[in-house]
Design a protein around this ligand. Structure first.
Ligand code: PAF
Length: 283
């Protein structure tokens, strides 16, 4: 596996590959790799000549300084995992390489309501930081395809919107959420749960499955109230938001009209760990 720290070097290496007609799949990450990331790498390997992964804990997307400090950093293990999967190229820049002092990062994209609801509401500035770094990474790697998990559904919507608005020449490939056998969506944050919290965590997916079972059969607001109550029956949980929204606009829906696009979204604190998940209700 080839490892790069410098933008100029990886960009020139990948240009050489493109010039010889090779396609590339790109999996951007912040490290702390797990089965969810590896699933993206495997898919990229099936669909492209070359797979590129980036590992960069992006300070611009942390609206909470403590979260940035606490973010798990496991570079040695990450590189081993990528090597084992046969990832061909990894980009591991330092902060000044990505954000040289004195540079500005105009995005030239309006996200409308996409970055105002749910995660955008509770983590102001977060998606702006994600979009800045992803746009920069796309400019450096110039991949044929880029792979994103649906667990971060809103992030995926923001990136799809940016790519469409700016006509970026990359195909975004949405990938299904990878779950533990008990249904918990895989996330690097799961490692911060205590043993007891980990045993309680599958409730999140169980409630989402029940919501899908009852979607269309009772009013939207009743189902939302039921889900919040059900999760908070256990005092270990605190629901930050539970919304049923349109999968394209992400705007909350109030009736089942246009229900094919309905997705249930949740963010919940389990102890002091914040977990998110979602489920498409009719597909
Ligand atoms: O999903 C993530 O890990 C990050 O938000 C991303 C897309 C790598 C940008 O920093």
């Amino acid at each position: 596996m080839k490892q790069f720290k410098r933008i100029a070097e990886i960009a020139s290496y990948l240009k050489g590959k493109r010039d010889s007609g090779l396609t590339s799949g790109f999996v951007p990450t912040m490290g702390a790799l797990h089965e969810g990331h590896l699933t993206l790498i495997r898919r990229s390997k099936r669909e492209n000549d070359l797979t590129v992964c980036s590992i960069f804990v992006n300070p611009a997307q942390f609206n909470n300084a403590e979260d940035l400090i606490k973010y798990p950093r496991t570079l040695v293990r990450d590189l081993e995992m990528l090597e084992e999967e046969g990832c061909e190229v990894v980009f591991v820049p330092e902060i000044p390489e990505m954000y040289p002092e004195g540079e500005n990062y105009p995005l030239d994209v309006e996200f409308g309501e996409l970055d105002k609801v749910m995660e955008g509401k509770f983590r102001p500035g977060h998606f702006n930081g994600v979009a800045i770094v992803v746009k920069k990474l796309f400019g450096i790697v110039e991949p044929t395809r880029a792979y994103f998990g649906k667990k971060d559904f809103q992030q995926l919507a923001i990136i799809q919107h940016m790519v469409k608005t700016l006509n970026l020449p990359v195909e975004i490939v949405p990938c299904e959420t990878v779950r533990e056998p008990d249904g918990l969506a895989i996330s690097s944050r799961n490692t911060r749960l205590t043993g007891v919290e980990r045993s309680l965590a599958p409730l999140i997916h169980q409630v989402l499955l029940k919501v899908r079972e009852n979607a269309g059969k009772q009013p939207v607001h009743e189902l939302k109230d039921w889900a919040i109550k059900k999760i908070q029956e256990d005092p270990a949980f605190r629901v930050e938001y539970f919304d049923i929204g349109d999968k394209n606009s992400l705007m909350p829906i109030e009736t089942w009209y246009g229900k094919d696009r309905a997705v249930a979204f949740i963010a919940v604190f389990l102890g002091d760990v914040r977990l998110i998940d979602n489920i498409e209700l009719f597909s």
